[in-house]
Design a binder for this molecule. Structure first.
Ligand code: PRX
Length: 670
């Protein structure tokens, strides 16, 4: 971990006290209350979580044991023996209260005039119909349903309908290309895929169903495909397999009240794939009881959501943030949640601020990448709108650099609003480290402290807890209800999170704690790259690159990027007798784009004669990373383990040539 990075982070000495306005009615009102809650969770962890679970959710049957976790096995089990249903908690229980006609979901389409609003009652009706339709297709508890859908209300309905019948949903981000979609469907063994004809981007429909058609031949588990008509474009419908969503739901024989399946707390609610340190995506499995408790708990404490609030999480439901903070958290609390189909800058860079004004949004939760890109557009776009409804701002997915933090604070928060910089992961289910908006003193760039009930620390490679000020591995020492219950089809991968340090969950991130106990996230320690807040595995990109017939070997590393935080830099050694050409460079970039998705497309591909390797043949990515970021030979540190040190100067020279817009110099092979 770069010392200068740590130093520059810790030289940040601005502090912001929590706002006074709104404090009296906040959930957690002071540092004193925060400390007391931490103490309570420390002394009687089970009672702490039991109380939260009981207070936040409706359980059909109480638990026999609050937790039955053991990191050594590893086993993660919460609220053993209890029964509940996530759809019941997010919908049914609200329609027997005054919330019945309250807006549950407000959808803003890509075009300004396209808006749809679902009350809780309306959501109930649609969720029941889709649940009945899935049931009619013989989908049962435990079956997997893949959701490869744009950000339309039908996606929320589909998630809740799966939860209603106990089917396990597996969302696939629509930005993934064939390879990414294929590997996820194959890994999940989904029986049904729900998709749409297209996703709208920049006013144009981009086909989705056609993407599926190319790969479904390789997915024998898929029996039916439901297709939402989003864009009215022509699609091929395979007789006997493909069904229009609208046709299925129009069936008047479907039950208007479809009952919820009673789920044991540890029955899976969903699978969501994230990038691991291997080429294979990791299918993180979340439970029903623990996950939902944690989603509701953190939404209530971190965002201080009240009944009257309009909560807007700008993430896509293809990511965990959309699951927890657009769907399960806000809806289980009976709040109003916003779903936006478009992007922040189309057709103009005012979309976010327009939405805030239009729906009087109270909480805005977005990613630093978005803040940085909107910051570039200038403040005339923000000044034009009334943002006074905002009460809390949030950030997630990557480090928030102090410059972006200050812009967010000054121009969106008008210097008044708390910013909750929340650290968490797909695996953790919900926020782990974050300020509490009315209780924490905030320093830009720090995620402050673990939430009550979360015991985090920094460990060095020997498994010793680091003192304040030294960087190391961010680990969690105690189970919490949001922790994944397993990795689908891959118990070894699940074990790997708990095998490095005894009795600890290894996050894979580097971090540091300052002398005030505040945590600073320093980035991934493993082979993952964080592009615009999305975790992508270097191994996955490398394996796609080497799957191209021209490629012999590839080494992929992150480089700093002004907007995206990190970007992808790929070193490629071609097969013998293959020429380095610009066409091939383009082809390789397209190859990655078509196999994984645009997100994984390398910013730069550098051809190399040979990758720097140890004598045992291990690629030294540490060196590649430094070179890609512009470091010269004298800054590379120890290179004595290299089998062929002479490859380095050539790679360094070529990197500079590429940075200056010239191609690499072709060196005859030795
Ligand atoms: O490296 C951390 C970074 O995002 C990773 C988790 O990625 P993913 O599972 O895709 O989930 C993203 C949304 C929760 C982490 O290991 N990360 C997340 N939040 C922050 C962060 N890095 C710095 N600051 C954060 N607030």
């Amino acid at each position: 971990m770069a010392d200068d990075k740590i130093k520059s982070l810790l030289s940040e000495d601005r502090h912001y006290a929590p706002p006074r306005h709104g404090k009296d009615i906040a959930r957690i009102r002071s540092r004193h209350e925060y400390d007391a809650l931490c103490e309570l969770a420390r002394t009687d962890n089970d009672s702490f979580w039991a109380e939260r679970a009981r207070g936040l959710l409706h359980w059909f049957k109480p638990w026999e044991k609050v937790q039955n976790c053991d990191f050594n096995v590893p086993r993660v089990e919460w609220f053993t023996g209890a029964h509940l249903n996530a759809s019941y908690n997010c919908v049914d229980r609200h329609i027997i209260t005054d919330r019945r006609n309250k807006a549950a979901l407000i959808w803003q389409g890509e075009r300004e005039m396209e808006v749809r609003c679902y009350t809780y009652q309306m959501l109930y009706t649609d969720v029941c119909r889709v649940a009945a339709a899935l049931n009619a297709l013989q989908i049962k508890k435990g079956d997997r349903v893949a959701l490869y859908m744009p950000m339309v209300p039908e996606l929320a309905v589909a998630m809740l309908a799966c939860a209603r019948i106990g089917a396990v949903h597996m969302n696939i981000f629509t930005g993934y290309a064939d390879g990414g979609v294929l590997s996820r469907i194959q890994d999940s063994g989904a029986r049904v895929v729900i998709t749409a004809d297209a996703v709208m981007r920049g006013g144009e429909p981009k086909p989705l169903k056609a993407n599926l058609d190319r790969i479904l031949g390789q997915c024998p588990s898929v029996e039916k495909v439901l297709v939402v008509n989003r864009a009215n474009i022509e699609v091929n419908m395979l007789k006997g397999r493909d069904i229009w969503w609208q046709d299925l739901l129009d069936d008047f024989t479907l039950d208007a009240d479809f009952p919820c399946v009673s789920m044991e707390a540890n029955d899976p609610l969903f699978i969501l794939h994230t990038s691991g340190s291997t080429g294979r995506p990791t299918g993180v499995v979340h439970s029903t009881g623990g996950y939902l408790t944690y989603a509701a708990h953190t939404t209530q404490w971190v965002f201080d959501v009240k009944d009257t609030d309009v909560h807007w999480c700008t993430a896509d439901c293809g990511w965990i943030t959309g699951h927890t903070y657009m769907i399960y958290g806000p809806l289980s609390l009976g709040a109003t949640t916003i779903m936006f189909e478009g992007t922040p800058t189309w057709p103009r860079p005012d979309r976010f601020w327009r939405i805030v004004e239009k729906f009087r949004v109270n909480m805005l939760y977005t990613a630093p990448t978005v803040v940085r890109s909107l910051m570039r557009q200038g403040v005339e776009w923000t000044n034009h709108y009334d943002l006074s409804s905002l009460r809390i701002l949030g950030s997630v997915g990557e480090p928030m650099n102090p410059e972006a933090w200050m812009w967010y604070h000054t121009y969106i928060g008008k210097g008044q609003l708390p910013i909750v910089d929340t650290w968490w992961q797909t695996e953790t289910g919900g926020v782990m480290l974050s300020p509490l908006p009315y209780a924490s003193h905030i320093t830009p760039g720090s995620v402050t402290k673990p939430l009550p009930g979360i015991e985090a620390c920094i460990m060095n490679t020997d498994g010793k807890e680091e003192e304040a000020e030294s960087g190391g591995n961010l680990v969690i020492k105690k189970p919490w209800p949001g922790l994944m219950k397993g990795v689908h089809n891959n118990p070894e991968k699940f074990k790997s999170y708990f095998s490095t340090f005894k009795n600890c969950y290894l996050s894979g991130d580097g971090a540091k704690v300052d002398d005030k106990g505040n945590f600073w996230i320093l980035g991934r320690m493993d082979d993952a790259i964080n592009v615009s807040g999305h975790r992508i595995s270097t191994a996955e990109i490398e394996s796609v690159l080497v799957s191209h017939p021209a490629v012999g070997e590839a080494g992929v590393v992150p480089i700093p990027h002004e907007i995206k935080g990190e970007a992808i830099y790929a070193y490629v050694a071609l097969q013998d007798n293959i020429e380095w050409t610009e066409d091939l460079r383009k082809e390789l970039r397209n190859h990655v784009r078509s196999q994984i998705g645009a997100l994984a497309s390398p910013e730069q591909i550098q051809f190399v004669d040979e990758l720097p390797k140890t004598l045992s043949g291990k690629i030294l990515r540490r060196l590649l990373r430094k070179i890609a970021s512009g470091d010269l030979l004298e800054n590379l540190g120890d290179i004595t383990t290299l089998a062929r040190p002479d490859v380095l100067p050539v790679i360094i020279t070529d990197r500079s040539r590429l940075a200056a817009g010239q191609p690499e110099k072709l060196i005859p092979k030795t």
